[in-house]
Design a protein around this ligand. Sequence first.
Ligand SMILES: Nc1ncnc2c1ncn2[C@@H]1O[C@H](COP(=O)(O)OP(=O)(O)OP(=O)(O)O)[C@@H](O)[C@H]1O
Ligand SMILES: Nc1ncnc2c1ncn2[C@@H]1O[C@H](COP(=O)(O)OP(=O)(O)OP(=O)(O)O)[C@@H](O)[C@H]1O
Ligand SMILES: [Mg+2]
Ligand SMILES: [Mg+2]
Lengths: 258, 258
Amino acid sequence: MTRILAVSNQKGGVGKTTTAINLATTLAAVDKKVLLVDLDPQGNASTGLGLSLANREKNLYHLLADLATFDEVLFKTDIPNLDLLPAGQDLAALEVELSTLDDPQFHVKNVIEPYANSEGYDFVLVDCPPALGLLTINALVMSTGVLVPLQTEFFALEGVAQLLKTIEAVKENFNQRLTLQGIVLTMFDKRNRLSVQVENDVRNTFGDLVYKTVIPRNVRVSEAPSFGKPVILYDMKSAGAKAYLDLAREAIDREDEN
Amino acid sequence: MTRILAVSNQKGGVGKTTTAINLATTLAAVDKKVLLVDLDPQGNASTGLGLSLANREKNLYHLLADLATFDEVLFKTDIPNLDLLPAGQDLAALEVELSTLDDPQFHVKNVIEPYANSEGYDFVLVDCPPALGLLTINALVMSTGVLVPLQTEFFALEGVAQLLKTIEAVKENFNQRLTLQGIVLTMFDKRNRLSVQVENDVRNTFGDLVYKTVIPRNVRVSEAPSFGKPVILYDMKSAGAKAYLDLAREAIDREDEN
Ligand SMILES: Nc1ncnc2c1ncn2[C@@H]1O[C@H](COP(=O)(O)OP(=O)(O)OP(=O)(O)O)[C@@H](O)[C@H]1O
Ligand SMILES: Nc1ncnc2c1ncn2[C@@H]1O[C@H](COP(=O)(O)OP(=O)(O)OP(=O)(O)O)[C@@H](O)[C@H]1O
Ligand SMILES: [Mg+2]
Ligand SMILES: [Mg+2]
């Protein structure tokens, strides 16, 4: 069964895109067939995988607006086992267009889920925008689980309760199978007292929901997208690359248990 | 004349809230009367100034929905010259409610601008959510200028062109006086090659629009909100506090020139 994970957190800049790109790549590296869906109008996941704005004439907006087919929009990256549905700037307009439909929450699921199954993907990762609007709701309605990147900073803790409430509401009203697949601590700096304190707070509150793997703050991680590469291709010896490989193994274990 | 600055960038986590809180405080410290408007449903600016979620029963949502008066919602912080209109979680619902009005873009301006003038504020700073939706558009329509915090990272550069297009569109259609007041580089780390490269790129592209003051990455800045304080009150000797004091002086100079 295809596992569909929404990478979501309405707090901005917590590492959603970075986690979506690098987890998709490390899952592909251990022979999982992966589709990355860039549902954020900013399109950072598409750029981070080397597809510039100029080369996205047909993109996810066109697929969702029924102006192009899945095969026309799909970008086969040069990473084996990893495909991408790239974002388009018009996605922001889509949010308004969706709200006029009868079942606005189900549109992305109705369009994309059939391909997730027929194309034999093991994992679909959906990079979400920093909001709890209709695009993110659509991602949650389609997903089997939610992966929540959580920056080890004070402001990032504030929004978690709101996010969990939204996940619960989507589960009750639109998607019974939806679970919180896990919380991943990002940009962790063990020399920083606040970082350590946030980790302790989060593990005390959420227990096993929190991945054992912690993603360290690592400059190679933030340099990689400027070369259009995931960190395991940009610098596979870096602490960031190793952490994302560990994360892939742990994500697979979590899915095997369920 | 009251200067109204929208602190805006749809890229998440670039330092919008941190800049709104700390610039508001340093402007107040040099005897400007300042109103901070927390237009982000996350409410980080309100928390960062010490007003917990529990103490915001009457908030900006109620003022904008005509369920409370300005005086009932206004929070006089214990920082002289600094008042706050705190966010409420219902603000996210407001975006949907606004879209049903005749002139949805003008609602925040119609409600808040009269008080900005009558209460004699020198500066009004509006903390915006990480999006270009109706809440941010409302902030731009009300503002005299836009202050853009720009994190010195690769992904942060991507969204600037889109933001500038949106500012232009608001200027043409709704608010002729709107200008790009300035770009502030944030979380700058001089040891980090990418940081230095982004600064050079940005100064080459935007010239004098870029503030001379650069906000360094400084752990004291990210610790301060967990104590409900701006950084100049939490640790006034820190590099972050000094940078935000410089920023206030430069912001005042920019406004005096115009
Ligand atoms: N482990 C890390 N170490 C260092 N930098 C990181 C790390 N993870 C992410 N970053 C950097 O931090 C910034 C924010 O990360 P990213 O853009 O992935 O967050 P996001 O949650 O997707 O943001 P948005 O809310 O705008 O979608 C980026 O510039 C990214 O390169
Ligand atoms: N100069 C700095 N040095 C160190 N940390 C910083 C600095 N500026 C901001 N931060 C931290 O970086 C994180 C992101 O900053 P902040 O929340 O202000 O950004 P934002 O743009 O308002 O985010 P959002 O898009 O979610 O509204 C916060 O945890 C904040 O404490
Ligand atoms: Mg992102
Ligand atoms: Mg903010």
